[in-house]
Design a protein around this ligand. Structure first.
Ligand SMILES: Nc1ncnc2c1ncn2[C@@H]1O[C@H](COP(=O)(O)OP(=O)(O)OP(=O)(O)O)[C@@H](O)[C@H]1O
Ligand SMILES: [Mg+2]
Length: 249
């Protein structure tokens, strides 16, 4: 994808390669992610979509034996530089995973508040408001508002996934990486409500859709493709640029 002259670039992967031990999951990927756009990465199962996303906020390095080479530039700063704090970085670039990953020992409230408390020192009322706002954005508030202090594990699978979406959006990340998080949710209602509110409140939005057939490409430039094993090639495609028309809050 080629950013036009009037498009502000937020994130860029440059010659990114990711390995699990000796196994290469992502090979020499160079991609641009302009601000205020929705970007989809499409490809068959196992081609490296989730791994690529995890490299964009330094989650990949948390897997034992996993390594990365190349660069990821956020506003022209390499997120892999030695002086970048990965915890702070993940507050700026949030992520929702393919499967629900609630913190099992925490309540519903504490799961959503977890990201907010990283820096500490916020008044209780402010955290309460942020938790409610995030749960509403994830279309979960009405189902849990009377039991916020109960265990997150008491929620259904779909509710747990919406809880993880709330946890990701609560700190108001600048960029959100979505690894097919709504695939198991009711497509007619919940997905539409979550998608609408999430896209409105974020600056750039990256999502993955799995596809068994070749995706539509906007550009034939080599920079527009992500290469996994080299035999099954995922492709990045950009949705129509999204330009918020009103404040997200
Ligand atoms: N923790 C891990 N340890 C070792 N190899 C892994 C690990 N996670 C993924 N892989 C391998 O890396 C490759 C890319 O996996 P990845 O999860 O990124 O694929 P994907 O495109 O997201 O697939 P799907 O569409 O099924 O979610 C696969 O060959 C997979 O087996
Ligand atoms: Mg995946």
């Amino acid at each position: 994808m080629v950013a036009s002259a009037n498009t502000r670039l937020r994130l860029e992967a440059a010659h990114l390669t990711a390995l699990f031990g000796q196994q290469r999951a992502v090979r020499d990927v160079s991609l641009l992610f302009p601000a205020h756009t929705v970007t989809a990465i499409i490809g068959p199962s196992g081609c490296g979509k989730s791994t690529l996303l995890r490299c964009l906020n330094r989650m990949h390095e948390l897997t034992p034996g996993a390594t990365v080479s190349g660069e990821v530039l956020l506003d022209n700063v390499n997120i892999y530089a030695a002086d970048v704090n990965p915890v702070e970085l993940r507050r700026r670039i949030g992520m929702v995973f393919q499967r629900p990953t609630p913190f099992p020992t925490m309540s519903i409230y504490d799961n959503v508040a977890a990201g907010l408390k990283v820096n500490g020192g916020r008044p209780r009322g402010e955290i309460d408001d942020a938790v409610e706002r995030a749960l509403r954005q994830a279309a979960l508030w009405d189902e849990v508002s009377d039991r916020l202090r109960t265990s997150a594990l008491a929620l259904s699978g779909g509710q747990q996934q919406r809880l993880c979406i709330a946890r990701a959006v609560a700190p108001q990340p600048e960029i959100l990486l979505l690894d097919e998080p709504t695939a198991s949710l009711d497509p007619a209602g919940t997905q539409r409500r979550i998608g609408g509110s999430a896209v409105r409140r974020i600056e750039a939005y990256t999502t993955i859709r799995r596809s068994g057939h070749p995706p539509i490409r906007r550009s034939s430039s080599p920079e527009s493709t992500a290469s996994g094993t080299g035999q099954r090639r995922p492709c990045m495609t950009s949705a129509a640029p999204f330009r918020p028309t009103r404040s997200p809050h």
